[in-house]
Design a binder for this molecule. Structure first.
Ligand SMILES: Cc1cc2nc3c(=O)[nH]c(=O)nc-3n(C[C@H](O)[C@H](O)[C@H](O)COP(=O)(O)OP(=O)(O)OC[C@H]3O[C@@H](n4cnc5c(N)ncnc54)[C@H](O)[C@@H]3O)c2cc1C
Length: 364
C-alpha cells in the first residue's frame, strides 16, 4: 500500500493535535504517575502501621489478661465451629503476629489474609461496625496487591528470585499473577461496594434482595449516610462506572474529612478515609470507564504509551545544521511537528558557551 504525502493542512492538523491536545493529556498522565509513585509508598506505610497497631494493641491486652481473653472468646464472640480456647489462641496470634508482619511488610499477603478473616469473623459473629468493613476492604487490597515499596517483601523480592530457597521464585510469580489477575476484579467489586452503600445511604432501595440487617453488615451505609445527598448519589454513579474515579475519591475524601472536622459528634472513621485515599492514589483498575478512556487516548496519542507520536513514513525531512543553542532549540520545537528531524554538527558534543569563562577562570 502506497502512502500519500501529507498535505499542509494534514500537517497543521497533526501539529495542532500534538501541541494543543497531546500536551495537557500527557501532563495529566505524568502528574498521575508522579502522584502515584510519590504518594503510594507513604500512604501504604501509614495504612499498614495504622491497622497493625489497632490489632496489636488488642492482642497484647488479651495476652496480658488471658482469663479475660478466654471469657470473651467463650461468651462475647463465640465462634460456633471453633473451641473457645482454640479461638482465643488463634485470635491473639493473628492480632499480634500478623499485625507485626503487616507493619514490617513481611509476608504481607498472608498476614493481611489472616487479619481479613479475623475482621470478618468479628463483623459477622460479634459486633457489626463499618470500621470492620473498611479493615476488610483495606486488608483485601493487601491480599491482592501486596505491600508497597517501603516493605521487607519488596526488599527481599529480588533476592528471593535468585536464592536457592525452594519455591522462592514460584511463590513470587504466584503473588505477581495474583496481582495481575485479581486487581481489576477486586477494585471493581470495591467500587461497586462503596457505590451500593452510598446509593442505600441516599435512600435508594437497592438492598431489597437481602434482609436489612444483613445489608448493613455487608455495606458501610452508616458511614455513607454522613455524606451530603447530592455527593452520595453523584459519587455512587461515578464510582460504579469508574469514571473520574480519582477525582471522585478525592472529593469524597475531602467531604468526609470536612464533615468530621465540623461535627465533633461524628466518630473519626480513619479507615473510611484511608479506603478513599487508596482509591484516589491507585485508581479504579482496568475494569472501569477511566481505563477504557485511557486505552482510547493511548491509541490517539501513542506517545502516552512511550511510542512514537506518529509514523515518520512519507513525512518531510528537516535538516538542522549546527547543534548549538539555535539548532537544539529548533530541533526540540520540531519534535512535536509531523516532520523527520536530522540534527548535524561538525562536533560530537555541545559547547555550552556561557560557562566557558567560569571554567577558564576555575570558577567551576
Ligand atoms: C564565552 C561566552 C559566554 C556567553 N554567555 C552567554 C550568556 O550568559 N547568556 C546568553 O544568552 N548568551 C551567552 N553567550 C552567547 C551565546 O552562547 C550565543 O549567542 C549562542 O550560542 C548562539 O547560538 P547559535 O546556535 O547561533 O550558535 P552556537 O551556539 O555557536 O552553535 C553553532 C553550532 O554550529 C556548529 N557548526 C558551525 N559550523 C558548522 C558546519 N559547517 N557544519 C556543522 N556544524 C557547524 C558548531 O559546532 C556549533 O555547535 C555567550 C557566548 C560566549 C562565547
Amino acid at each position: 500500500m502506497t502512502r500519500t504525502t501529507p498535505t499542509t493542512a494534514d500537517l497543521k492538523r497533526q501539529a495542532f493535535k500534538q501541541r494543543v491536545l497531546a500536551r495537557p493529556v500527557g501532563w495529566a498522565a505524568a502528574a498521575m504517575r508522579l502522584g502515584q509513585r510519590s504518594l503510594w509508598p507513604f500512604l501504604d506505610l501509614v495504612i499498614r502501621l495504622w491497622i497493625a497497631q489497632t490489632f496489636f494493641v488488642s492482642g497484647v491486652l488479651k495476652a496480658a489478661a488471658w482469663d479475660n481473653a478466654l471469657f470473651l472468646a467463650a461468651n462475647e464472640y463465640p465462634v460456633s465451629w471453633l473451641d473457645p480456647v482454640v479461638a482465643a489462641w488463634i485470635g491473639v496470634t493473628i492480632e499480634i503476629g500478623a499485625a507485626v508482619l503487616l507493619a514490617f511488610g513481611l509476608g504481607t499477603r498472608l498476614a493481611a489474609f489472616a487479619m481479613l478473616c479475623l475482621a470478618l469473623v468479628i463483623q459477622f459473629n460479634y459486633l457489626a461496625f463499618d470500621t470492620h468493613l473498611f479493615w476488610a476492604a483495606l486488608l483485601g487490597f493487601y491480599v491482592v496487591h501486596g505491600a508497597g515499596p517501603i516493605s521487607l517483601d519488596r526488599l527481599l523480592a529480588r533476592g528471593l528470585v535468585e536464592s536457592a530457597l525452594p519455591f522462592g521464585a514460584t511463590l513470587l510469580s504466584a503473588a505477581r499473577s495474583m496481582s495481575r489477575w485479581m486487581s481489576a476484579p477486586f477494585l471493581l467489586v470495591q467500587r461497586a461496594w462503596l457505590a451500593a452503600s452510598m446509593f442505600a445511604a441516599a435512600g435508594f432501595d437497592i438492598g431489597r434482595a437481602m434482609p436489612a440487617q444483613l445489608f448493613v453488615k455487608i455495606f458501610p451505609v452508616q458511614s455513607a449516610q454522613h455524606l451530603p445527598l447530592a455527593l452520595a448519589i453523584g459519587g455512587a454513579w461515578l464510582l460504579a462506572a469508574g469514571l473520574g474515579t480519582r477525582v471522585t475519591a478525592l472529593v469524597l475524601l475531602v467531604a468526609v474529612v470536612g464533615m468530621q472536622a465540623m461535627d465533633p459528634h461524628l466518630s473519626q472513621d480513619w479507615y473510611w478515609m484511608l479506603t478513599l485515599a487508596v482509591l484516589f492514589v491507585t485508581g479504579p483498575g482496568a475494569l472501569s470507564a477511566d481505563a477504557a478512556l485511557e486505552r482510547r487516548l493511548k491509541r490517539v496519542f501513542p506517545q502516552l504509551d512511550d511510542k512514537p507520536a506518529f509514523s515518520l513514513e512519507g513525512l518531510p525531512r528537516v535538516v538542522v545544521v549546527g547543534a548549538g543553542f539555535g539548532g537544539l532549540a529548533c530541533a526540540s520545537k520540531l519534535s512535536e511537528a509531523p516532520v523527520k528531524v536530522t540534527l548535524i554538527d561538525r562536533h560530537n558534543y555541545h559547547l555550552f558557551q556561557p560557562l566557558l569563562y567560569q571554567v577558564a577562570t576555575a570558577g567551576l
